[in-house]
Ligand binder design. Structure first.
Ligand code: SAH
Length: 265
């Protein structure tokens, strides 16, 4: 599950299909298109919409009419889902038969890596009718159900708002994966030495501070932001164990020179 096409984190959003089932109000379809485009999704599939295309959809889409133009209208759910490896149904309330229920954040963690795993993978997220949601049969076609944890006494979001929340979490999951990847060394080849751990880095920082005091570069009575800045610099580099040892070796050599100079004086 935890594989991504190398570097293509945001493109994975193209592999996630928003499926609207029997939407009544064309304005909601426009709102969904806008929500999708804001978050970088593009694959919209409409199962038997009541009115589409429609000027109210175009108006509510604002600048997202390209999503509407490319939207696929299909006669039944099977046609919307046939090429999808993961199908997730959204629901404003609990159903009779318990099903694995996740929240939108958990959906991001599950769906994003899967959608990014290969060029051909597709994830579908189903949204129901404005008045009565998805039928039990439709929900039983799903691997997971997603519930946006709204208040029990007023749990149903507007369709466009529900799509917005879900698409936001999917985008955040893609951005998180991208950030995690960028934090790793980018050499196009596996790193040859283990990264230094927290304890080793802390020992390096302590040593650095001692040495900087020893050479009168750091005034312990007026340290300013020197150590936090040096920590940030070194942490940004993600040094490995050997690099940390080299730096410690340099500091030890400096310490010896300083001690020698002090002895002579
Ligand atoms: N009365 C309907 C609500 C439909 S709202 C019902 O009880 O199911 C229209 C669609 O918006 C829902 O089918 C679902 O896809 C989505 N939606 C609305 N509120 C939601 C929530 N709290 N969690 C997940 N999806 C929600």
């Amino acid at each position: 599950m935890n594989r991504w096409i190398h570097g293509a984190y945001l493109q994975m959003l193209d592999h996630i299909r928003i499926v609207l089932v029997n939407t009544t109000h064309p304005g909601n379809i426009g709102a969904v298109a806008r929500a999708m485009k804001n978050m970088g999704l593009s694959d919209l599939c409409l199962v038997e919409p009541k009115l589409f295309p429609h000027e109210a959809a175009t108006a509510r889409a604002s600048g997202a009419t390209d999503i509407l133009d490319r939207a696929r209208v299909v006669p039944d759910l099977a046609a919307a889902l046939e090429d999808c490896q993961l199908v997730v149904g959204t629901s404003a309330r609990g159903r009779h038969i318990p099903w694995p229920v996740i929240d939108p954040h958990e959906l991001g963690a599950i769906a994003a890596p899967l959608a990014g795993a290969a060029a051909s993978t597709r994830v579908a997220i189903l949204f129901g009718r404005e008045d009565r949601g998805l039928t039990n049969d439709e929900l039983h076609a799903c691997h997971h159900h997603v519930h946006i944890p709204s208040v029990d006494s007023f749990s149903s979001l507007n369709l466009g708002a529900a799509v917005q929340v879900i698409c936001y979490e999917l985008r955040m999951a893609a951005l998180d994966a991208q950030r995690a990847d960028q934090a790793k060394p980018q050499w196009g080849t596996p790193w040859d030495i283990e990264l230094a751990d927290h304890a080793e880095l802390e020992r390096l920082f302590e040593h650095l501070e001692r040495t900087l005091v020893g050479i009168d570069f750091l005034d312990p009575d007026n340290p300013r932001q020197l150590m936090p800045r040096l920590r940030r610099l070194l942490l940004r580099a993600l040094p490995d164990k050997v690099e940390v040892n080299v730096l410690r070796g340099i500091l030890t050599a400096v310490d010896k020179q300083v001690a020698g100079a002090k002895d002579k004086a």
